[in-house]
Design a protein around this ligand. Structure first.
Ligand SMILES: Nc1ncnc2c1ncn2[C@@H]1O[C@H](COP(=O)(O)OP(=O)(O)O)[C@@H](O)[C@H]1O
Ligand SMILES: C[C@@](O)(CCOP(=O)(O)O)CC(=O)O
Ligand SMILES: [Mg+2]
Length: 394
């Protein structure tokens, strides 16, 4: 029986280059963001599992004998969610077939991870789980992966598959490399429920943090990443990663000879960008930037060719270009967020003017720090008042 009250957090991410192409085995460069998802874990009433997800309006509770029986019915050998298993979970949770609303996908991912992890490592736990996030949902910043990483870490810990590394008196702790590898592999299964066909880059960043190169499951931390100033803009146009990834697949199947060279070119941009970043000094001077800016421009055109652009993102690029700044979409596109590079010689006035023009379009924008730590275990009392308040209200 789980007896401690703890919290787990995981960061969102920004993909610098390689979104979509990475699903097809190309290279992506991604960095962890200083916006996180927090999961609070508490002992629950005996025989009940409860989950509260304020970001998507979910509050559900099940009795554990019922979940145990369901788990027995859908037991499978493979770690990946099958169509039959997901259909059975939908029926159990009263989710219509084909429902892709945020609350449906979040509930389905929760149930799948809970039953699959407990089937392999322990019993269905009697716990209370609340997940709250600083990240906008469905905006390209990897909220789905941060959610899946937090769930994987908490459920694996409750079931005894990984340790609880937080000693009495400590405020934060991290897991070993081996444990992080297990967390990442289960978070990937959660992403599968939400995305359909994820590449795994988002959950890798959520798990390890920092800055990394990702290709076909291979995760390589970047050797040296200079301090990059990045402006993040949320167009607030909603979109679903699952739908956009499926659209790209369709286009490639329809026009392989036209689309494959685009994917190869995106791959080359990621690789060139990695070389440039690793050769830059820690505090780069303005002359290092023109090439990074050109990579942004070229990749933004490529992403439009793949069909994941949006008029709101065109607008974002035009507005920043009018201030001599270069932008591209980040994540799945189709709306959501864009990133703008801020070279060190950009005047504060120019940044302020660009922000004002972006806000006048109805967008939200903020400067961000990149390279945040990966999944972390916290003593609840060490969380900020804002996070504690958000978790307590739920
Ligand atoms: N804080 C959260 N609580 C519950 N579910 C979440 C949360 N954040 C994200 N999700 C799930 O992830 C989905 C969004 O994932 P996705 O379309 O991949 O966008 P992104 O990962 O870019 O934010 C939501 O529909 C929801 O199911
Ligand atoms: C489009 C893609 O490359 C990134 C999706 O990121 P997000 O869910 O939009 O944050 C898909 C993937 O890598 O699984
Ligand atoms: Mg996602």
């Amino acid at each position: 029986m789980w007896a401690r009250e703890l919290a787990v957090s995981a960061p969102g991410k920004v993909i610098l280059h390689g979104e979509h192409a990475v699903v097809l085995g190309k290279v992506a460069l991604a960095v962890a963001l200083d916006l996180r998802t927090f999961l609070r874990l508490r002992p629950g009433a005996e025989g009940r599992l409860s989950v509260c997800l304020p970001g998507v309006g979910v509050r559900r509770s099940w009795d554990t004998p019922g979940l145990r029986a369901l788990r027995g019915r859908i037991a499978g050998k493979s770690k990946s969610p099958s169509v039959e298993q997901l259909d059975a979970l939908r029926e159990f949770a009263g989710i219509a077939a084909g429902a892709s609303a945020p609350e449906s996908l979040a509930t389905l991912a929760f149930l799948y991870m809970c039953l699959a992890i407990s089937a392999k490592y322990g019993d269905v736990p009697s716990v209370d789980i609340v997940v709250w996030s600083e990240l906008p949902t469905g905006a390209g910043l990897g909220s789905s992966a941060a959610y899946a990483v937090c769930l994987a870490a908490a459920l694996l810990m409750v079931c005894g598959a990984i340790s609880c590394p937080l000693q009495e008196g400590e405020s934060t702790a991290r897991w070993t490399e081996e444990e992080l590898t297990l967390i990442n592999s289960w978070a990937f299964q959660g992403e599968r429920v939400i995305h359909g066909n994820p590449s795994g880059v988002d959950n890798a960043v959520g798990t390890w943090g920092g800055a990394l190169r990702y290709q076909a499951g291979k995760i390589t931390p970047l050797k040296r990443v200079p301090t990059l100033r990045i402006l993040l803009t949320n167009t607030k146009v909603p979109r679903s990663t699952k739908v956009l990834v499926a659209g790209v697949k369709e286009k490639i199947l329809k026009f392989p000879a036209i689309m494959n060279p685009v994917l190869d070119s995106i791959d080359a941009i990621s690789q060139e960008c990695q070389s440039v970043l690793e050769a830059m000094p820690a505090n780069p001077s303005p002359e290092h930037y023109p090439v990074l800016e050109e990579f942004f421009d070229i990749n933004q055109h490529h992403l439009n060719v793949l069909g994941v652009g949006h008029p709101s993102l065109d607008r974002l690029c035009q507005v920043t270009a009018s201030h001599s700044l270069h932008s591209k979409l980040t994540g799945a596109g189709g709306g959501g967020c864009g990133i703008t590079l801020l070279p060190p010689d950009t005047s504060p006035l120019a940044v302020e003017a660009a922000k004002q023009d972006l806000c006048a379009c109805g967008f939200e924008c903020w400067e961000t720090k990149i390279g945040a730590p990966g999944v972390t275990l916290h003593c609840c009392s060490s969380l900020s008042a804002q996070v504690l308040h958000a978790l307590a209200r739920s």
